[in-house]
Design a protein around this ligand. Structure first.
Ligand code: GLU
Ligand code: ZN
Length: 302
């Protein structure tokens, strides 16, 4: 019997952070993930990555849900909120601590700057606290020990990606000094809890994927399939993100925006479809979805 016969049904997801309203760039990623899932009769789940409470913006969850509805990007099952699963992260951290894979780090920004005076790669943690006992009751983050084993994966669009975590990132943070669970850690736990087996997301997260694979390995979790789609940049070359204050998408003419998004996804929707409703456009896109023209593309300008 060939392995493909017992292939698991596709389960994908969209996992926005509610740091502002949904903008064009996030809708682009959402649509890619939706089409990838639906074209394989798969499930497409919605998760709200709301752990970074200081960055959560009031009203953005409602805006995100409403936007997806208006654009016809209907998700399966109930919405999963990361903030409702804090005990799971805590228990899993405990497990890693018992296995001595995690340690307390009390480094301040200043310590880190002094340890790396040339500032060549200030984001690589030099391991200062790795073998120290933290002074009691000092605020600290929790870091996971990395090693020199190469982590590789075959991205469905970007090809073979390989990283040496120890060299390229150093021991990274699972829980921040302010107590907040880091994205890298939460995402791995939740993708597994939601039985997700396919990730479609923006190229900006490609560099995070080896860290997440490493965490899956340490926790004995199944590995996933990854597809990193190009990010949308403006004509000046900046990412259309919430940080650069990209505007909320216009909800008044969804079919027009979907047509534009499909063009930017290189699906070449025929001109006859210009006047049709969003739903009809999506049906066409599901039937014709082919992500291969996006191969090796990191960014597309709008
Ligand atoms: N919540 C993350 C973000 O909005 C994305 C998570 C993911 O797709 O892995 O950037
Ligand atoms: Zn430290």
């Amino acid at each position: 019997m060939s392995l493909s016969q017992d292939k698991q049904p596709y389960v994908g997801r969209f996992a926005p952070s509610p740091t502002g309203p949904l903008h064009f760039g996030s809708l682009y990623t959402a649509l890619a993930g939706f089409l990838q899932a639906r074209s394989q009769q798969g499930k497409w789940l919605l998760r709200i990555d709301d752990l970074d409470t200081p960055r959560n913006a009031q009203g953005s969850i409602d805006h995100i849900l409403k936007t997806l509805e208006i654009f016809g990007l209907h998700w399966d099952d109930t919405v999963y909120y990361q903030s409702q699963h804090l005990d799971v992260y805590k228990d899993t951290l405990h497990e890693l601590m018992e296995n001595r894979l995690v340690y307390a780090c009390t480094c301040s920004r200043k310590t880190l700057a002094e340890a790396n005076p040339t500032q060549t790669r200030p984001d690589i943690y030099p391991g200062i606290c790795r073998d120290k006992m933290p002074p009691p009751r000092t605020p600290h983050s929790l870091r996971i020990k990395t090693n020199n084993r190469i982590i590789s994966f075959q991205d469905e669009l970007q090809g073979l990606i390989s990283q040496n975590l120890a060299d390229q990132h150093g021991d990274f943070i699972l829980k921040r000094k302010d107590g907040i669970i880091a994205y890298q850690f939460a995402v791995v736990i939740d993708d597994c809890r939601q039985h997700i087996n396919h990730i479609v997301r923006g190229f900006d997260l490609l560099d995070s994927t080896p860290k997440q694979i490493y965490l899956q390995q340490q926790l004995g979790l199944p590995s996933l399939q990854y597809m990193h789609v190009p990010i949308i940049i403006d004509t000046q070359g900046y990412k259309l993100s919430k940080q650069t204050l990209a505007q909320a998408v216009d909800l008044k003419a969804p079919h027009k925006l979907i047509f534009e998004l499909l063009t930017l996804l290189k699906q070449q929707p025929p001109d006859e479809l210009k006047g049709v409703e969003a739903i009809e456009l999506l049906d066409w896109a599901i039937a014709h979805w082919d992500p291969t023209p996006l191969e090796k593309l990191r960014a597309i300008s709008r």
